[in-house]
Ligand binder design. Sequence first.
Ligand code: FAD
Length: 308
Amino acid sequence: MGPRVLVLGAGVSGLSSAVCVQQACPEAQVQLVSEHFSPDTTSDGSAGFWGPYLIGETDALLALWGNPTWKGIVEGFKQLSEDDMKQFDPSFETGTFYTALSVDVTPYLEWLMNRFKRQGGIVRQAKIENIEEVASQCDILINCSAMSSWHLFQDKDMFPIRGQVWKVQAPWVKHFYFLHEKDEDTTYVIPGVDLITVGGTAQMDDWNRNTNPEDGALMWEKAVTHFPMLQQATLVKSWVGLRPARKSLRLESETLNVDGRSIKVIHNYGHGGSGITMHWGCALEVTRMVLEALGTERKDAQRIVSRL
Ligand SMILES: Cc1cc2nc3c(=O)[nH]c(=O)nc-3n(C[C@H](O)[C@H](O)[C@H](O)COP(=O)(O)OP(=O)(O)OC[C@H]3O[C@@H](n4cnc5c(N)ncnc54)[C@H](O)[C@@H]3O)c2cc1C
């Protein structure tokens, strides 16, 4: 029997890690265990936009898994001229323009899940109350449980950044807008395939998973004031999610002794407002760590990962 790898969590971090590990280590038995699946994860509600945002002090890590020189890798980055700025709300001081990627996360998670199952991946629904429950079922545990690492791994460096947004229909809006404001909330408009995400709050240390009508009214009023093309939009639903934040994301391995058995735990959580942006790079790094834990030389592990 090959090594047993258990991935905890079926958001974008867990699914991408499971897919990459399975592809790189075909001899491993990869099992995905999660309380919630798409469309009920935080990843599902996110705007799916590529761009570092609310990522704490992870800048150094972005050099590896994102790119601090992202201005150089997005398409057509330019500073807006005074003339360009005239098409916007006169209160805007400066602006930049660029083209970046965005993904509709729910169909993307479905695609990852199908890929995982097609390659023989095992999926199990369960809420894990403590690590002992799963430790005996695996040799390597990949922790992608996002905010739950707060209690599962007693990681008190974690904190939620509550994000409430509107999902609206406004098919005439073709560009994204991201407004940097002085308060902690940011107004943004991010088109998806069918719906546009209009947000949003960024409330530190707020664990409330219920939508708040006052937040919704306030953010909509601000959005329409700044971006009048939204006036005719149809509000489809309000959504709230907790960004799994940390001073810096946790992407590292440790060896834990659970019930007298030693298991390798690889952590991949704490991506704040950039989990979609960073997911594939983090999944590749998780895979490299798994290969090394299974005895693959570092340079060989790097070569395998570079092909994924
Ligand atoms: C309003 C909003 C907009 C956003 N927009 C963007 C964006 O445009 N671009 C971007 O890059 N990021 C964005 N983000 C951030 C992004 O959504 C997160 O960083 C990302 O979803 C984190 O993914 P994850 O897989 O780590 O966590 P999650 O998606 O939260 O998945 C965690 C998984 O772990 C499982 N789990 C947790 N606890 C347990 C347990 N005890 N037992 C079993 N399973 C468990 C859950 O059921 C779930 O499946 C946004 C976030 C919000 C709130």
